[in-house]
Design a protein around this ligand. Structure first.
Ligand code: IVH
Length: 666
């Protein structure tokens, strides 16, 4: 055998073993034997440079020549998939497809949705010619030298039957084990760790020195093929053919005949995904037939013949870059974590809440730590833990701020409270803005002003406290950006309107700490005027239903401050409702679910007043006594037949006075 023949034979043998090892995960020879073959080939190629071949397995080690990536246009755009999160949406997808295909039978293929970086590979005459990243979907980076180092991607195709020219797409991933190993190595060498396998794969693919890429544990799963003269009209069948050509096609893909099969697949992998050696973030459902795929077509962004069902990732790991301190309406200081962006439940997360200083201490958190974040019910995710194993050598202990970042006032922390507060209630900008926004909000005075406009008025110096709303003049507004004649008129009008807001809403609007809507309603209903509330004692306050010590103290504290009393004076001067209007009783739900029959003539109120009183406290008036009646309110001259009937049903007959007591004290 001459050298050329031996070289060709060695390449074939090594390619075969690479495939057995990296694609089939079934090695046939030992690492030692493999290394022997490789060494021989390297030697021969060195001695015979004229026989060099870029597709030789020896070339998978990459090159250390740095190169910028060239931008290349994709032959077919790389679309993304529509994401769904519920079975209903899958059902809707199925219905849509069936309708668009006029009831034709469809066969689906379900696959795992690999959580990595997508790649587009081009093959010509059985050789890998180009590898392009997704980029913006139309143009991507030419990363061919890097991709050639990935052992599970064939440089030379096996077998026969592949088209002269085609594209195959897939996902470059790093297994969880490969990722852990890689990060451990990085910690040893003092390099920053990657947050997750996907970031690690993406970062690796962008390295401009392919010999470094070759050292990383990249793998590639193929999921889509496009080209003329493919062996079959079926996606599934073509993927099987591609497997014979040497590509890694995961075994988890399945044909599904109906929606139930799809649901079963979704459920199965939701349960078992943690046992997979790599991460998935959902499953992909595709129509098998190319003919039907073509009929359905694509939208600008995604094919109509496929969707993704995403599993809810509720946790992610990322790096804590810095901490901001936000001052809220009440002066409470909330630390907010600035994070290296990470995907979580379908959105990119850059910030997460840290609650308070105690939590930071409890987690022993440091800047540059890798933290676990979690999405709960709130919009902003929270930091729930740290990855101590990944602690970075350059991590910095966190020292909670001592002074307000907004106004410089020294922060304080009440005993038993985890939060720090800025006490400068009337001089700290976010506190003032927060109070103004709260005051104008829908459930408070309902002035109908966007937060941004209020901030604009504050910044223009027109609003310093909530009483200033009522001193605003039209011509002041006209000087401001975005205000015209009409909008200025409207604002002045709605401010005027707001003066009529009932007392309970004003009490809520003041933004006294711990006084929400319900507490405001109860306190207003009990004391009935600002005067009465401001002179109430602690005992008076806690005597009100559902009002405890915290609220009572907060009220006492509020009314002990001269500036607050002056503010209320001003509001009163502007004509706001400082007491419960006698014709506007406070609503409660004390009679919720109770049915009343009213009968007879009453001493203190008219029948109509009694009826209203029941209704505004949540009760219902029914005309005749039945088993569903809860009470009969009886006045003078109630008919004996009615009395008899009430007795028969065992329904309590009550007086007007008793009804009042029910509303006051159930
Ligand atoms: S099919 C036109 N199949 O998900 C075909 N995509 O949101 C579109 N992905 O960019 C892709 N696993 O990176 C397909 N089994 C799979 C997939 C998969 C992961 C990724 C892919 C794509 C993204 C779409």
């Amino acid at each position: 055998m001459d050298v050329k023949e031996r070289i060709i034979q060695l390449r074939k043998t090594i390619n075969h073993h690479n495939h057995s090892y990296y694609v089939l995960a079934k090695p046939e020879i030992s690492d030692f034997e493999f290394d022997q073959l490789m060494r021989e080939l390297i030697e021969l190629e060195k001695e015979h440079p004229e026989l060099k071949d870029p597709n030789s397995p020896t070339q998978r080690v990459g090159s250390d020549i740095d190169h910028e990536f060239r931008q290349v246009k994709h032959d077919f755009p790389m679309l993304s998939l529509t994401n769904t999160y519920s079975f209903e949406e899958i059902q809707e997808f199925n219905q849509r497809i069936t309708k668009l295909l006029h009831g034709e039978r469809v066969e689906y293929v379900c696959e795992l949705k690999y959580d990595g970086v997508s790649i587009n590979l081009q093959y010509k005459d059985g050789l890998l010619t180009k590898a392009i990243t997704r980029g913006d979907g139309t143009t991507g980076d030419d990363v061919t030298p890097n991709v050639r180092t990935i052992k599970s991607i064939p440089l030379v195709l096996h077998g026969t039957g592949y088209p002269d020219q085609f594209e195959i797409r897939g996902e470059i991933i790093i297994t969880r084990q490969g990722f852990e190993r890689m990060n451990r190595g990085r910690i040893e060498t003092g390099e920053p760790v990657f947050a997750n396998p996907r970031n690690a794969a993406a970062g690796t693919l962008k390295i401009q020195n392919s010999s470094l890429v070759a050292k990383r544990p990249l793998d590639c799963f193929m999921y889509h093929i496009a080209g003329n003269k493919l062996p079959s009209d079926g996606h599934f069948e073509n993927m099987m053919a591609a497997r014979d050509w040497g590509f890694k096609i995961p075994v988890h893909m399945t044909r599904c005949r109906n929606i139930q099969d799809i649901f079963n697949y979704v459920n199965k992998w939701e349960q078992e995904r943690n046992n997979l050696p790599f991460n998935i973030d959902g499953i992909v459902i595709k129509i098998n037939s190319y003919r039907q795929q073509k009929k359905l077509g694509t939208t600008a962004k995604s094919p109509r013949w496929a969707i993704a069902y995403k599993y809810k990732t509720l946790q992610a790991v990322t790096r804590l870059k810095s901490i901001d301190y936000q001052v809220g309406r009440t002066g409470a200081v909330t630390p907010v974590a600035n994070l290296e962006p990470v995907q979580l439940a379908g959105t990119t997360v850059r910030r997460a809440s840290l609650h308070n200083a105690d939590q930071i201490a409890l987690l022993e958190l440091r800047l540059n730590d890798m933290v676990t974040i979690e999405k709960g019910g709130e919009i902003i995710p929270k930091v729930v833990g740290i990855e101590k194993n990944y602690r970075q050598p350059d991590s910095v202990p966190i020292k909670f701020i001592e002074y307000c970042p907004e106004c410089g006032t020294k922060l304080f922390r009440k005993q038993d409270e985890a939060r720090h507060y800025c006490p400068n209630e009337t001089g700290c900008p976010p506190q003032i803005k927060g109070k103004l926004n709260h005051f104008a909000s829908r459930k408070a005075m309902d002035i109908g002003l966007a937060d941004a406009t209020i901030n604009q008025l504050y910044d223009a110096g027109l609003l310093k406290n909530v009483a200033d709303f009522y001193a605003l003049k039209k011509d002041q507004l006209l000087h401001l950006e975005r205000f015209g004649d009409k909008s200025a008129d409207n604002l002045i009008q709605s401010i005027l309107e707001s003066k009529k807001a009932p007392f309970e809403r004003l009490l809520y609007a003041l933004g006294i700490r711990y006084i929400g809507e319900t507490a405001a309603r109860k306190i207003a209903g009990h004391f009935r005027s600002m005067q009465a509330i401001s002179s109430a004692s602690y005992e008076d306050l806690i005597a009100v239903e559902d009002i405890g010590g915290t609220i009572a103290e907060s009220i006492l504290q509020y009314f002990s401050r001269q500036d607050n009393l002056e503010l209320i004076q001003k509001l009163s001067g502007h004509g706001l409702q400082m007491s419960v209007a006698s014709d506007r009783p406070v609503r409660t739900m004390k009679l919720n679910g109770l049915n009343f029959v009213i009968s007879g003539v009453f001493q203190h109120s008219s029948r109509e007043e009694i009826k209203q009183m029941i209704e505004i406290n949540g009760g219902r008036i029914v005309s005749a006594i039945s088993g569903n009646t809860n009470y009969v309110v009886a006045g003078r001259n109630m008919g004996p037949a009615k009395l008899e009937k009430a007795k028969k049903h065992g329904i309590p007959v009550i007086t007007e006075k008793y009804l009042y007591s029910m509303i006051k004290n159930p």
